[in-house]
Design a protein around this ligand. Structure first.
Ligand code: GLP
Length: 241
């Protein structure tokens, strides 16, 4: 696990964009799973600006949705697919045919999870995983406790996640109580991972993730065992102030 500490959120976003541009140059047909949440948004804006300037070929990239609220249509304002499309898929010009959605609105959401796993297996797993860190140590919506072999599945959100996600949608009532998440097994098998962590409120959980014991209570702690992981954090997150 490589740990990089940068001064602030702007530096984090630039460094993250550098990391991804390099990874895409090495592997233009990479299968990418990309997080929503506040943390990667600066990186995605930076990437959108660089796409034409730096002539980044995104035409062959394949994008997998990381997580989805149960029961929301893809165009619901709260749908995480809509967020991924607006912030990552469209600005990078990724074609619809190269996008795999985690269908939270499917009549049988468990079947949707199996279909997603099958699609990921078909491309040989993820080449690149871009993740944020939940305040309770979750990855995607792999809520604690999540063992490292947890598959893509339907989960109950923890009260902590409902509170932390309320800031995106205005109130806790707006946050669905269940979600679909890409499994721990797929995330930990990604060939390279970038974990982005920003802000003093992530200080304790960041240290538990990178230095603490590997435990289902901190799902991100299993990244310590994963193949090529870069943790990019700002000083506020690392030092807690
Ligand atoms: C959310 C999402 C995750 C995200 C994480 C951190 O609940 N399910 O995919 O990475 O929590 O979000 P943020 O970056 O806003 O702190």
């Amino acid at each position: 696990m490589e740990l990089i500490i940068v001064d602030d959120y702007e530096s984090l976003s630039r460094a993250a964009a550098d990391w991804l541009v390099e990874a895409i140059r090495e592997q233009p047909e990479a299968a990418i799973v990309a997080a929503t949440g506040a943390t990667p948004m600066g990186m995605y804006i930076e990437l959108a600006q660089r796409r034409f300037r730096d002539r980044i070929d995104t035409s062959q990239l394949r994008v997998f949705q990381l997580d989805a609220y149960l029961g929301l249509a893809p165009d619901d304002p709260r749908a995480l697919f809509r967020w991924t499309r607006r912030s990552f898929i469209q600005p990078l010009g990724i074609t619809q045919a190269n996008v795999v959605r985690l269908a939270g609105d499917a009549p049988d959401p468990w079947e949707a999870c199996r279909a997603y796993d099958a699609a990921a297996r078909e491309v040989g797993g993820f080449d690149i995983s871009i993740l944020g860190l939940g305040p309770n140590g979750h990855l995607g919506f792999n809520e604690p406790p999540s063992p490292p072999d947890a598959p893509t599945r339907v989960v109950d959100l923890t009260p902590e996640s409902i509170v932390s996600n309320a800031c995106y949608w205005g109130s806790e009532e707006q946050v669905p109580r269940q979600a679909l998440t890409c499994g721990m097994d797929l995330l930990l098998a990604a060939r390279r991972t970038l974990l982005l962590v920003s802000g003093a409120h992530k200080h304790q959980i960041l240290h538990r993730a990178v230095e603490g014991p590997q435990t289902p209570e901190v799902p991100a702690s299993y990244l310590q065992l994963a193949s090529t992981v870069t943790v990019l954090a700002d000083r506020a997150a690392w030092q807690g102030m």
